[in-house]
Design a protein around this ligand. Structure first.
Ligand code: PEP
Ligand code: MN
Length: 339
């Protein structure tokens, strides 16, 4: 149930609504937008009367949430969620953010070289996997903790924020000092135990859409994180499985405006995994910006042909530079900007 407070509702009025929801058996979450506070009651109380809430002092409107996702739905934060980092970067605001870097951390030399290139191109985040979910157990599995340490060092040296993939609960604690954002990979979108644990931390999470997941399933997965009280969640379209074989996946550009309509969560586009081919990545990135994405996550490597994973979809640094210039031209047409 959503209880939208009037503009200027007092703290006491909000508190009273919260108390009533708790009495009725709801778990309470709240957001404060630019003009109003929204109080959401989630859970499955046996009986409650919406009218009782409508008439409380300071309440603008009260209604049942009809969608299966309660906290991810737009009604919980009609102005849209803006994730704020200590260095001033925001995700979900006017600025379109760029997260770029290699598929996997491979070496100090590789990472520091690419970090400088991402910074020079105007990116805000350095991406790079230290734990890699590979289709084959015989493929490179990532550098682990050593890779995370290198990521942190490269982030501190350049001023880039760090995003890296977490594959299991036992890695969360270990990763906390080294990452600014946890990436949940497509293969783990429905690892509900992992998602629940990420709801208990207070660091942003980027949740990727599973290769065969519907948008509704993606939103329901985000609900596992949100319901734990971690509201800094961003979603990511990274391509889905279809009958097309020319591309690695089919980049579902339509998922971007669909998510923006249904949810308040920032939406990031991953054109690299989305199409799996370097020659198509720039077009898919430009299309994502035009479709309303709040950011992009893009694979780039100093020498993509020598990359240990996902080389074919990885951009050359010069390609990233050029793409940034193109996206900088598109963003203002949509009232957005790119650094
Ligand atoms: C990645 O970002 O390198 C990755 C493994 O992505 P996904 O989970 O989308 O396959
Ligand atoms: Mn990859």
């Amino acid at each position: 149930m959503i209880v939208a407070m009037q503009e200027g509702a007092t703290a006491a009025q909000i508190e009273h609504v919260v108390e009533r929801l708790v009495e009725d058996g709801f778990k309470v979450h709240r957001t404060t937008g630019t003009t109003q506070t929204i109080v959401a009651g989630v859970g499955r109380p046996d009986a409650f009367d919406v009218k009782e809430y409508e008439v409380l002092d300071g309440v603008s409107e009260a209604y049942r949430i009809s969608s299966p996702y309660k906290l991810a739905g737009r009604s919980f934060a009609p102005d849209g969620t803006v994730i704020r980092y200590a260095n001033g970067v925001t995700v979900g605001g006017e600025e379109i953010v760029v997260m770029a870097g290699p598929c996997a951390v491979e070496s100090r030399d590789q990472l520091f070289t690419v970090a400088a290139q991402v910074k020079a191109a105007g990116g805000q985040f350095l991406r790079g996997g230290a734990f890699k979910p590979r289709s084959s157990p015989y493929s490179f599995q990532g550098m682990g903790l050593d890779g995370l340490k290198l990521m942190r060092e490269a982030g501190d040296a350049t001023g880039l924020l760090i995003i890296s993939e977490v594959m299991e609960i036992s890695q969360i604690e270990m990763m906390l000092p080294y990452v600014d954002t946890f990436q949940v990979g497509a293969r783990n979108m429905q690892n509900f135990n992992l998602l629940r644990e990420l709801g208990h931390i207070r660091k942003p999470v980027l949740l990727k859409r599973g290769p065969a997941a519907s948008v509704e399933e993606l939103l329901l997965s985000s609900e596992y994180i949100l319901s734990g009280g971690n509201y800094d969640v961003m979603l990511c379209e990274r391509g889905i499985r279809t009958f097309e074989t020319y591309t690695r996946n089919t980049m579902d550009i339509s998922a971007i405006p669909v998510v923006k309509k249904l949810s308040h969560l920032p939406m990031i586009a991953d054109p690299s995994h989305g199409c799996g081919r370097r020659d198509l990545v720039p077009a898919m990135a430009r299309a994502s910006v035009a479709a309303g994405a709040d950011g992009l996550i893009i694979e780039v490597h100093p020498n993509p042909e020598k990359a240990v994973s996902d080389g074919a979809q990885t951009l050359y640094p010069e390609q990233l530079e050029k793409l940034m210039t193109e996206m900088r031209a598109i963003a203002p047409a949509l009232g957005r900007r790119l650094r």
